[in-house]
Design a protein around this ligand. Sequence first.
Ligand code: SAH
Length: 351
Amino acid sequence: MNETNIKDESLRLSDLSPAELAAALEIKPFQARQLFRWLHQKQVLDFAEMTDLSKAMREKLQARCAASCLTLLHMDQSPRTGTKKALLRLPDGESVESVLIRDRDRVTLCVSSQVGCALKCDFCATGMAGFTRNLTPGEIVEQALYLLRDEELGGRTPNIVYMGMGEPFRNYDAVMKSIHLLMEKEGLGIGARKITVSTAGEAPSIERFAQEDWQVRLSVSLHAANDTLRSKLVPLNRRYSLERLRQAILEYQTRTDRQITFEWTLLAGVNDRLEDVADLVRYMAGIRATVNLIPWNPVAGLPYSPSSREQCEIFRDALLMHGVTTTLRREKGQDIDAACGQLRRTRGMAV
Ligand code: SAH
């Protein structure tokens, strides 16, 4: 019989914690921890290389399941910045993109949580083709594993941001499970404070997230602080208004006492004016937050243009003058279309 015929495709090792591996494979907890280490810490894809597992177990695993459910279709690297973009194939033939960004000695992995996105923010590439499906926890974690393979981190753990394709809070349970897997000490062991979930403003999920017992960070993609403009840029605002969003953020801060980040993508003449600064400053009263300004990355076919460098700096300085801690992001992946909001499936396309 062909070996692939007897493999259990519903058994996805990357979806499972060490305890779940032990139960699913009927192996001892220490063996499950060894296996988890090979998969997550060493990013090994071939059971034959897992030399501290018995030969019998390696053969059993080989016959029964695959070590990974994603396949690397393409890895792009920007010669200028070192940014890497992975195009990964999912078991059902869909694909997702993930990005590794280097900033001095810091490495940040930007992972996708869905194939496509239903939110259709007006300036973002991902929503243009609509929503296809949620990713499983393993499909999220494996993006990080592929990006880290052969990567010299010098003992540092990377940051993880859920800012790739999709709205993480529309895939809440899988995203939470993926965070647990990334934090697992037998695996990548990433500290909660190095992980950021970014939402376009799913207010009820922010309240739910406030109850999670960890220090994972929250980013809210605001982009506008008056309802008319925000409803145009982020249609989700028609469901959860700025006031509703504020309530959720305040509840989050009451419960967790943690600062959040507001993401603000700067669009020339649309939300980069001094009146937009005034709206934002007013909105932030009572909220402990920093602002991260993102110059818009052009997306072909969308009716926007990026704010000039000068306008970005004027906007930033105006916020700083109001006492708001503000960072202006230098984009790192534009030359390979790996910057924020430029992610979409480019299957078969030269990237
Ligand atoms: N759905 C989540 C996470 C994915 S988007 C969210 O909205 O937060 C990650 C960030 O990139 C968001 O702040 C999003 O608004 C921003 N973004 C989307 N398209 C962009 C583009 N073309 N240029 C710059 N930022 C963009």
